[in-house]
Design a protein around this ligand. Structure first.
Ligand SMILES: Cc1cc2nc3c(=O)[nH]c(=O)nc-3n(C[C@H](O)[C@H](O)[C@H](O)COP(=O)(O)OP(=O)(O)OC[C@H]3O[C@@H](n4cnc5c(N)ncnc54)[C@H](O)[C@@H]3O)c2cc1C
Length: 541
């Protein structure tokens, strides 16, 4: 790092999906100075950029925060593993690269809940502005934006069999889950370019890194936002062994994600007063909603033995092919190493009476267990399908474990607190079994490994879900957006300004009032694109 100015116009905390967008957009104006603080190291490890490196990233303690929930009451007291990215690009540097936006009605629901400017009609231009879709511009897609999006380049024949089986089971074939209709089965579009991961850092910091008005500090762990009266004026952070402070002349922008943005607010004295006092933190603003309203997609898998030697697991065949696969990736941007962990997509209705898809599938032509950390399980042929319920009713919370900024916060996801959340997963497993029973899977279908043929009744399936369900990595909602400052659940207004504090916004997955029906990276990038406009409009630049 070259130079550390002590004063900037904007200080951004967290160089993840949202932080990278803001760093780029705000520093487009050369008269404005921007500082980006990221707790993790730079994104130089090649395993970030090779999509199949995701398997290793799941185990990395350097590039991944490796959080765990508290024991989850409805999940047999298990503590669930929550990977989150810890490098430039944040979770977009370790995610599965699936590019989906959710359903149009998700955004209309945000607007109807009292968030003007966030309807689908309002946000579509920001999805398009961000995007460089390989299929070109259209009514739904953008071209020429920073974020490269392309149809997954090398779907396995097993993935193609799954899609054919889905069609045989009665679901529409869909080539664009972000187009006019979300429903159907097909191949995912992914955030990749020439077969390499296109993280938010690649997309947004790549073109901006050299700007003299943008300072990027890595290994810079924010401890708290500094306040003068009710105004945010800077950030205290640890850089190496030193504790430093930077001043923000205009605004501090928290982009630390759904787990750590509420933690940082609380460490700064902004949050539920009694909880802060219990940790000896002086209360600056009593905001009871901070850390509440946590929502996530809980996921369960159906895994099968395979019959064709075609899967993408860690089989001897694939290991021997390794050097050839690397060559294929580097020369053609294709092959097994482009694998994102989820090639086949599905958005389906759990029953025909549902107005919109309420279940999402991620199909993987490999046997998968424990987030891909059980490498032994992947050494044989097989395939897996995940299913999650897209709009869960259960709500959890993030609270402080202690006032130590380096201690992970307490995560209580409270999964399956609402009975419908588990009922939908039961229906999801049944739908997967129906698809896998279709003739198109005959050549691939070996024995079902999980839940396993003995697990058939609703009660047995529920027990299986409680014992095995995991996150599919979409925590949101812990700094809920809402304009009504008298509503204790609202943390930021619809311009993402923290209620009761000047010069402080939260811009990341935590501000979503409700979880959208899809993956969350593109929606977060969209939100940050819109936030950049809001910030610039407020400052008149
Ligand atoms: C394993 C995995 C797979 C996923 N798969 C997909 C997928 O296929 N498609 C999809 O759309 N979404 C996926 N997601 C979700 C998606 O990537 C996230 O929702 C999105 O990246 C969140 O963006 P964010 O800006 O809110 O937070 P993040 O991108 O997580 O960024 C937060 C950043 O803040 C930094 N930070 C935190 N605390 C501090 C601090 N105190 N000081 C300084 N810096 C700090 C972090 O290190 C991190 O870089 C996945 C996520 C994971 C973890």
């Amino acid at each position: 790092m070259t130079r550390i100015d002590r004063e900037f116009d904007y200080v951004i905390v967290g160089g993840g999906s949202a932080g990278c967008v803001l760093a780029n957009r705000l520093s487009e104006d050369p008269s404005v100075t921007v500082c980006l603080l990221e707790a993790g190291p730079p994104d130089t490890n090649p395993l970030i950029h090779i999509p199949a490196g995701m398997l290793w990233l799941m185990r990395s303690k350097v590039l991944n925060w490796q959080f765990h929930t508290q024991p989850e009451a409805a999940l047999a007291g298990r503590r669930l593993y929550w990977p989150r990215g810890r490098t430039l690009g944040g979770s977009s540097a370790i995610n599965a690269m699936c590019y989906t936006r959710g359903h149009a009605s998700d955004y209309d629901a945000w607007a109807q809940a009292g968030n003007p400017g966030w309807s689908y009609k309002d946000v579509l231009p920001y999805f398009k502005r961000a995007e460089d879709n390989a299929n070109g511009a259209s009514a739904f897609h953008g071209a020429g934006g920073p974020l490269h999006v392309t149809t997954f380049p090398s779907p396995s024949p097993i993935t193609q069999a799954y899609i054919a089986a889905g069609v045989q089971a009665g679901f529409p074939l869909n080539h664009d889950f972000n187009g006019a209709e979300q429903e159907g089965v097909g191949v995912y579009q992914v955030t990749q370019k020439r077969g390499l991961r296109w993280s938010a850092a690649r997309a947004y910091l790549g073109p901006a890194r050299q700007r003299p008005n943008l300072t990027i500090l890595t290994r810079a762990h924010a401890h708290r936002v500094l306040l003068t009266g009710q105004r945010a004026t800077g950030v205290r952070f640890q850089h190496g062994q030193q504790v430093r402070e930077v001043t923000a002349r205009r605004e501090v922008l928290l982009c630390a994600g759904a787990v750590q943005s509420p933690q940082l607010l609380m460490l700064s004295g902004i949050g539920p007063a009694s909880h802060l006092r219990a940790h000896g933190i002086e209360v600056q603003v009593d905001l009871p909603g901070v850390g509440q309203n946590l929502q996530d997609h809980l996921d369960v898998m159906v895994t099968h033995e395979g019959r064709r030697a075609l899967s993408n697991g860690l089989t001897w065949r694939n290991i021997v092919k390794g050097p050839w696969s690397l060559l294929q990736l580097l020369l053609a941007g294709k092959g097994m190493l482009t694998n994102n962990g989820a090639e086949g997509c599905g958005f389906i209705k759990s029953s025909p009476t549902e107005p919109i898809p309420d279940l999402q599938f991620h199909f993987m032509p490999a046997r998968l267990r424990d987030h891909g950390r059980d490498l032994g399980f992947m050494t044989r042929e097989g395939f897996s399908m995940h299913v999650c319920f897209l709009r869960p009713h259960s709500r959890g919370q993030i609270t402080l474990h202690s006032a130590d900024p380096h201690a992970p916060p307490l995560i209580e996801a409270n999964y399956l607190d609402h009975p419908e959340d588990i009922d939908k997963l039961v229906l999801g497993i049944r739908q997967i079994r129906r698809i896998f029973a279709s003739p198109a899977m005959d050549a691939d279908r070996g024995a079902e490994i999980t839940p396993g043929p003995a697990v058939q009744t609703d009660a047995q399936l529920r027990e299986h879900i409680r014992a095995h369900a995991e996150t599919i990595y979409h925590p949101v909602g812990t700094c809920k957006m809402g304009d009504d400052a008298s509503d204790p659940s609202h943390v930021v207004d619809s311009a993402l300004r923290v209620h009761g504090v000047q010069g402080l916004r939260v811009v990341d997955a935590s501000v979503m009032p409700t979880l959208i029906g899809g993956n969350t990276n593109a929606p977060v990038i969209m939100m940050a694109e819109k936030a950049a406009d809001l910030i610039r409009a407020a400052a008149g630049h």
